[in-house]
Design a protein. Structure first.
Ligand code: BES
Ligand code: MN
Ligand code: ZN
Length: 521
């Protein structure tokens, strides 16, 4: 059930003469003008000049009459009736014109995404959006390309027959640039394709039905994609996990008929890289029923997305193989299904983890930290300088930061690098503390640590997750835990380049960071 790929290429033909099904242009809003006096208050963004000329100066006026305001996310379609070659123009809102600068990359990324999404039903679409011709040009071109590809994503789904009224997603995106033969521009397009392809993989895995993506099936799918990308893959099955001392993954996995897995994916750069090693870890709970501490049934289906961290990490590796950064990267992906059954782990159990620490289980629904503790400890035994872990770990993240901003905990410098990387790519994160009193509250009467607050106090819920995971990171490793409980899955209406379902967060943050580490250590 994989979603279709979209092709992307550059064109330098005059947009007015492009033989495509639709041309996307940008419009800015003009704040300060009175409502009711809308005509003429729009401003066409650069890139649309030749199209405006073909309309004899009436394009802005016509768009305003059709209701365009230039607000972000707005898409107004217009039949061209022979004025230009393409039969349809789609004007996408870019918000107010930034003074003396091109729109921020995230504005362009969202606009391109919204436009390509709104143009489902057209096969070939050209984006004639404002691109600066200065040092910001690569970032803008990258943003437009990524946005177009991500906004055009559609999950294949499981319908047995095609829906008659359904408009097929855009198949081909052309980006209008001044010089389509420019090598630097071509490199940006190639990068955007690699990144968008990784996001597509992660969204497909997240959107898959949980009966179709049990831990063994998920492991097979990840392993075959990674091997096809030329990466080295090792899969530990339930026997290897039990014999290897992976107590956390084994405990969570033992309640399900579908046994757990730990997938290890390695990328080694030609020549060995800078000496710094990066480890990625992602939570792969293919379905989280809560286990014996069962969840309420309302909304439980969204727990098919409890492997969004695993999907992001595995998908990021596919792009790493293509982008070939000069730093070795290994991903550790623990996979299990959290189910209640006669063999399930239970509250009160004491589990010996991979690093030898003993954990008292108080709530089987805090399963993510159990499988992650083992995977983090294994990454530290193999050796790494940076450890980036991501997981749909706590509802507390959603309460604290909402559905768009991920929480990040760990060593302060790396947390700040995660925040900066997230800001650069449009995946916001915010640093959170790891307070000593929260750790104190997790002291166990019988074991080394309780899995959650010993009195089941939910205060600082997200922080308890971070504090617990810290127990499995060795001293010298710089680490960050990125809680994506909210941003990993989008249950609302599509917006910008986010479609419904898996978002692909934080694939692009991870890739940005890995490239940054490859450049500057
Ligand atoms: N997978 C959930 C967290 C989650 C909640 C992700 C909502 C996405 C949306 C996690 O395993 C969980 O159940 N967490 C519990 C922890 C508690 C039992 C300590 C929670 O958040 O309530
Ligand atoms: Mn849970
Ligand atoms: Zn979970």
């Amino acid at each position: 059930m994989t979603s279709p790929t979209i092709s992307l290429s550059l064109v330098d033909t005059d947009p007015a003469e492009l033989a495509v099904d639709a041309i996307v242009i940008g419009v800015h809003s003009q704040p300060g003008e009175r409502v009711g006096d809308l005509v003429g208050t729009l401003l066409l963004a650069s890139g649309a000049e030749s199209i405006a000329a073909a309309f004899d100066g009436k394009l802005t006026e016509t768009l305003a009459l059709l209701g365009a305001t230039g607000g972000p996310g707005e898409v107004i379609k217009l039949a061209t009736l022979g004025t230009v070659t393409a039969p349809v123009i789609a004007a996408v809102g870019l918000g107010p014109e930034p003074t003396g600068a091109a729109p921020a990359p995230e504005i362009l990324r969202r606009a391109a995404g919204a436009a390509v999404r709104a143009l489902a039903g057209s096969t070939r679409v050209a984006l004639a959006l404002p691109l600066p011709d200065d040092a910001d040009a690569p970032a803008a071109l990258r943003a437009v390309s990524e946005g177009g590809l991500l906004g055009g994503y559609r999950f294949a789904g499981y319908k047995t027959r095609p829906q008659p009224a359904r408009r097929e997603p855009v198949a081909e995106v052309l980006v209008a640039v001044p010089d389509a033969g420019d090598a630097a521009a071509a490199a940006e397009v190639a990068r955007a394709q690699a990144v968008a392809n990784a996001v597509r993989f992660s969204r497909d895995w997240v959107n898959a039905a949980p009966n179709e993506l049990s831990p063994p099936a998920f492991a097979d799918s990840v392993a075959s994609a990674a091997r096809a990308a030329g990466l080295e893959v090792e899969v530990l099955d339930e026997v290897a996990l039990r014999e290897g001392g992976y107590g956390g993954i084994t405990a969570v996995g033992q309640g399900s008929q579908a046994p757990p897995r730990l997938v290890r994916i390695s990328y080694t750069p030609a020549g060995g890289g800078t000496g710094k090693r990066v480890a990625l870890v992602g939570k792969g709970i293919t379905f989280d029923s809560g286990g014996v501490s069962i969840k309420p049934s309302q909304g439980m289906w969204e727990m098919k997305a409890d492997m969004a961290g695993a999907a992001a990490v595995a998908a990021a590796m596919l792009a790493v193989a293509e982008l070939a950064p000069a730093v070795p990267v290994t991903a550790y992906v623990p996979m299990a299904e959290n189910m209640p059954s006669g063999t399930a782990y239970r509250p009160g159990d004491v589990i010996t983890m991979f690093n030898g620490k003993r954990v008292e289980v108080l709530n089987t629904d805090a399963e993510g930290r159990m499988i992650l503790g083992d995977a983090i400890a294994r990454a530290c035994v193999d050796g790494c300088d940076y450890l980036l872990e991501t997981s749909t770990l706590t509802g507390g993240q959603v309460v604290a930061l909402g559905k768009k901003v991920a929480g990040v905990m760990g060593t302060p410098e790396l947390c700040e690098r995660v925040r900066t990387a997230g800001e650069a790519v449009g995946e916001p994160t915010w640093p959170m503390p790891l307070p000593e009193d929260v750790r104190k509250g997790m002291d166990s009467e019988v074991a080394d640590i309780s899995q959650v607050n010993a009195g089941m106090d939910r205060a600082g819920h997200m922080l308890q997750g971070g504090v617990f995971l810290r127990e499995f990171v060795t001293e010298e490793v710089a680490w960050a835990h990125i809680d994506i409980a909210g941003p990993g899955y989008h249950s609302g209406e599509p917006t910008g380049y986010w479609t419904k379902g898996g978002t692909g967060v934080p694939v692009r943050t991870l890739l940005h960071l890995i490239e940054d580490i490859a450049r500057q250590g």
